[in-house]
Design a binder for this molecule. Structure first.
Ligand SMILES: Cc1cc2nc3c(=O)[nH]c(=O)nc-3n(C[C@H](O)[C@H](O)[C@H](O)COP(=O)(O)OP(=O)(O)OC[C@H]3O[C@@H](n4cnc5c(N)ncnc54)[C@H](O)[C@@H]3O)c2cc1C
Length: 513
C-alpha cells in the first residue's frame, strides 16, 4: 500500500536524467555574482530573502552561534524545478550554492555559500509499506521522519537522536544513532536519491544506474556533489520493545574511579568479542565542581525483551560495584517512539514545529578502531577532572559504541570510511549559560581533551564537522580529507566524482571536495 502522508501536492520536479549538460559557463574567469542573484530573483514564484530584509537575521541565524554566516541570498523553494533553476543561475553566471536542511551543521556550512537553498519547503514523506521504502524530501528533520514512519506501519530508520537535525546533512555525512548497530548508518539504508547537479540537471542516482559514482559519494562524502532533494530509504521494522537505561552516580567520581568505570565499560564493549547488536551504549562525562573529580553516566537502549536487557545490565552493574562504585540504574521498557523520546532532549518530544534553541560551541571528534590502553584513558579522565573543572565552558564528552551492522558492511559500500570504527568520541564545549560569548580558552580546552587521548589511530566523523581542521593540500591531501575520508582510494574517488559532476565548484564548501 502506498501511503501519502502529507496532503501537500507532490512537488517533485521532472527528472531529466538523459538531458545533455548545459553549456560550460565562463564565470571561472569573470564571475558575476550580481548577475546570478538577479537571475535567481527572477525565478517564477520563488521566495527569496536578501540581507536588507527584516527576516534575514532569523533566516541566516546558524544553530551554532559561534559562527556568523552572511549569505547574499536565501531562497525558499517549494519545488525541485525551482532548485534546479537556482543552481543553473549560479552555474551560468557565477556564485556558490549550499543547501540548508536542518541547519545543524556545527560550522554552519549549510549557510556558507553565496546563495543558500532552504530545503524546508520540500517536506513530503511517502511511505510504501509493500516494498518497505520511504521517499523523504530533505526539508524534513529527523523527528518528523521518525514519527511519520512509525505512524505508518511501525517502520523506522537508524538515525541520530536530535529531532531537529535535518535528513539532508545527517545522511550526506553518514548519520549514526542508537539503532545503527542493528540497521547501519542512515547513509547505509539509502536505496536511491534525487539530486540536482551543478548544471541544474535533476538525476536519480542509485548503485545500479549510470550515477553509481555520485550515489557512492553522497552517502558519507558530504554536500560537494549536488543538492539532494529526496532520499529513498529502505525502512526497518521498529523494535517492539526498547529498554532505555541510564546508569548514574550520586556524586562526581574521582578521576581514578571514573577511569576504572570507563575501562570496565570499554572491556564489555569489545571490540572482541562484540556485544549483541541489540545493545546501544554510550558514556557521557561532564564537569564537576570539585577538582580531581568528574561526572559520568552510561546510557543507551536495549532493543528487545526486558529480560535480555537485564542479562546485559546486571553483570555490568555488578562489575561496577565490584570496584567499589555505587551505580544507580534507571531503566524503562517502552515502545519504539517513546524510546526515541527518551533521548530527544527536546522536552521528550519529537515535535519540531517550534524553532530549536541554538547553542554556541566548539567540537572535536575522534574515531578509534581499537580499545584504548588503561594509561591513556587515565590520562584523558585526569584531564577532564582537572582542566575540565577549571574550564570556563559547559562541556561534555560522549563516547558511542559503533560496530554491529555498521561494521559488517563492506568498506566500499559508500564514502563513510570507518566500517571498523569501535568507539567514536565527541568532545563538545559550549559557552556557559551566564555568558554571552564563547570563552577564549574554549577551543584550547577541547583541543587539550583530544590531545590527552592521543596517540591514537585518529579519524574524525564528518557529521561533527570541525572547521579548525587544516584545508591546505600542499601534500595533496588536507587534514580534513585524511581524518574524515581516511585513505587515498576513497579520497581520490571523491575527488574524481567532484571533477565529473561539479568542476566549477558551484557547491563550494570550506571542507568540501
Ligand atoms: C543537537 C545535535 C545533535 C546531533 N546528534 C547527532 C547524532 O546523534 N548522530 C549523528 O550522526 N550526528 C548528530 N549530529 C550531527 C548532525 O548529524 C550534523 O550536524 C548534520 O550534518 C546536520 O545536518 P542538517 O541537515 O541539520 O544541517 P545543515 O546545516 O542543513 O547541513 C549540513 C551540511 O549538509 C549540507 N546539506 C544539507 N542538506 C543538503 C541537501 N539536501 N543537499 C546537499 N547538501 C545538503 C549543507 O550545505 C551543509 O554543508 C547532531 C548535531 C546536533 C546539533
Amino acid at each position: 500500500m502506498l501511503t501519502k502522508l502529507l496532503l501537500l501536492p507532490c512537488l517533485l520536479g521532472p527528472v531529466f536524467a538523459d538531458q545533455a549538460p548545459l553549456r560550460i559557463p565562463s564565470w571561472k574567469e569573470g564571475k558575476d555574482l550580481n548577475a546570478a542573484l538577479s537571475c535567481v530573483q527572477s525565478i517564477s514564484g520563488l521566495q527569496f530573502t536578501t540581507p536588507g530584509d527584516p527576516e534575514y537575521t532569523t533566516k541566516a541565524a546558524p544553530f551554532n552561534l559561534r559562527m556568523s554566516p552572511r549569505p547574499s541570498l536565501i531562497v525558499s523553494p517549494i519545488s525541485v524545478a525551482q532548485i534546479s533553476e537556482t543552481v543553473q543561475c549560479a552555474y551560468t553566471n557565477g556564485g556558490t550554492v549550499s543547501a540548508k536542511s536542518g541547519g545543524h551543521s556545527y560550522a554552519a556550512y549549510g549557510l556558507s555559500a553565496d546563495i543558500v537553498i532552504e530545503m524546508a519547503g520540500l517536506n513530503n514523506i511517502t511511505v510504501d509499506n509493500a516494498d518497505q521504502t520511504a521517499l523523504v524530501q530533505t526539508g524534513n528533520r529527523l523527528g518528523n521522519v521518525a514519527k511519520a514512519l512509525y505512524e505508518h506501519g511501525q517502520r523506522a530508520l537508524p538515525h541520530g537522536s536530535c529531532p531537529y537535525v535535518g535528513s539532508g546533512g545527517h545522511t550526506l555525512y553518514g548519520g549514526f544513532g542508537y539503532y545503527s548497530r542493528i540497521g547501519g548508518l542512515m547513509a547505509d539504508v539509502v536505496i536511491s536519491a534525487e539530486v540536482v547537479l551543478a548544471d541544474g540537471r535533476v538525476v536519480n542516482a542509485s548503485a545500479t544506474n549510470s550515477y553509481s559514482d555520485l550515489f557512492y559519494a553522497i552517502r558519507g562524502g558530504g554536500p560537494s556533489f549536488g543538492v539532494v532533494t529526496t532520499w529513498k530509504f529502505q525502512t526497518l521494522e521498529a523494535a517492539t520493545t526498547t529498554v532505555s537505561y541510564f546508569i548514574t552516580f550520586r556524586r562526581s567520581l574521582s578521576a581514578e574511579a571514573a577511569a576504572n568505570a570507563y575501562l570496565i565499560w570499554q572491556r564489555i564493549c569489545g571490540p572482541f568479542p562484540e556485544p549483541s547488536d541489540n545493545l546501544a551504549t554510550a558514556v557521557v562525562f561532564s564537569p564537576a565542581e570539585e577538582e580531581g573529580t568528574v561526572h559520568m553516566r552510561f546510557q543507551g537502549n536495549w532493543y528487545g525483551p526486558e529480560e535480555d536487557a537485564y542479562a546485559w545490565l546486571d553483570p555490568f552493574m555488578h562489575n561496577l560495584q565490584a570496584v567499589g562504585l555505587n551505580p544507580i540504574l534507571n531503566a524503562t521498557a517502552h515502545n519504539w517512539i517513546d524510546g526515541l523520546r527518551a533521548f530527544a532532549g527536546n522536552g521528550d518530544s519529537l515535535d519540531t514545529s517550534e524553532p530549536d534553541i541554538p547553542d554556541n560551541f566548539f567540537t572535536k571528534s575522534l574515531i578509534t578502531m581499537n580499545a584504548s590502553p588503561a594509561w591513556l584513558i587515565r590520562n584523558w579522565v585526569n584531564y577532564m577532572a582537572t582542566e575540565g573543572v577549571r574550564s570556563n565552558t559547559d562541556w561534555f564528552a560522549q563516547v558511542d559504541l559503533y560496530g554491529g551492522k555498521i561494521g559488517r558492511l563492506s568498506q566500499d559500500t559508500n564514502a563513510f570510511a570507518y566500517r571498523d570504527a569501535f568507539l567514536v568520541y565527541q568532545l563538545y564545549a559550549s559557552k556557559p549559560k551566564a555568558s554571552s560569548f564563547f570563552p577564549p580558552d574554549g577551543i584550547p580546552f577541547v583541543n587539550g581533551m583530544l590531545a590527552a587521548l592521543e596517540p591514537n589511530p585518529a579519524g574524525a566523523y564528518p557529521n561533527y564537522i570541525d572547521p579548525t581542521l587544516g584545508t591546505s593540500n600542499k601534500t595533496g591531501i588536507s587534514e580534513w580529507q585524511r581524518l574524515y575520508y581516511r585513505n587515498e582510494a576513497n579520497i581520490n574517488k571523491l575527488q574524481d566524482t567532484k571533477a565529473k559532476y561539479d568542476a566549477m565548484d558551484v557547491f563550494k564548501n570550506p571542507q568540501g571536495f
